[in-house]
Structure formats: structure tokens, C-alpha cells
Design a protein around this ligand. Sequence first.
Ligand SMILES: [Cu+2]
Length: 157
Amino acid sequence: MKYVVRLIGLVGLMSATVVLAALAQHHADHIMVSSAEMKWGPVPSLPAGAQITVIEGPLDRAGPITARIKFPANYRLPAHTHPAIEHVTVLSGTFHMGTGDKLDMEKTTPLKVGDFAIMQVGTRHFAWTAEETIVQIHSVGPWGVTYVNPADDPRKK
Ligand SMILES: [Cu+2]
């Protein structure tokens, strides 16, 4: 009996070691990616026209996330929240962003190339563009989008 308990303990320790080794391996991956290699695709959770490239993810897993979102000119992003903190850096164009319950183009700040914003969990915010704009998002997943007005959700259309 004692032997069996010891054996189970040993197997448990071994599997824990394997898991830790796998995690270490995962975090040890050194990633270098050129913007030319990034593959863009549609974003089901955002109004049509936006494109995303996920550099580090996937977005729905627990852990660090890096993605870029490209908005076309004259894009409108209705008020929404995220379940995770979101750090936004503008890479090109101008991202007009504001906070509140409803998209109001008079209540936004023009974030230009190199400008930065932090959206806390649950803060209602909205945005628009006049020209094509690319932002880089850093977060800790799982990431998602919840619209203040559910009718704005393109997944429900
Ligand atoms: Cu947002």
C-alpha cells in the first residue's frame, strides 16, 4: 500500500515536471516577425471592414495577446467593453477614441502615430476613423468585445 502511494506520488511529480518543462519551452520561444509576413483576416466581433492579424494568441486563451487591427477610412466602432485590459498603440493613421455609452464623434481624442491608450476592463469606449488606421493591441486574454447596445453586434446580424 505504501508502495502504491509512493508510486502515485512519483507519477504526479513526473507529470508536473513534464507540464512545467512544456511551459518553459513555450515561454522560451523567441519570436521575430516582419510586418510583411503578417496575415490579415476579418474580425467577426467588429463591424465589417476591419482586419486583424494575431501575432501572439489566440485571443480566446488565457495569456498574453498581441494583435493588430486595421480599420478602413470612415469606420465607426460603436460603444463596447472588453473583458480584459487593453493597451493600444497607433501604428498608422489616426484613431479617434472616446469613452461613454454611445459613439459621439464630438467626444473623441485623436490618437496619432505613436500615441497610446489603456482601456480598463469594462470601460465603455468607442472610436472612428477618417483614414485607414492600424492599431496594435496588447492584452492578457481571453479577449473579447461586448457591445453596450447588443443591436450593434455584427455577430447577431
Ligand atoms: Cu475596444
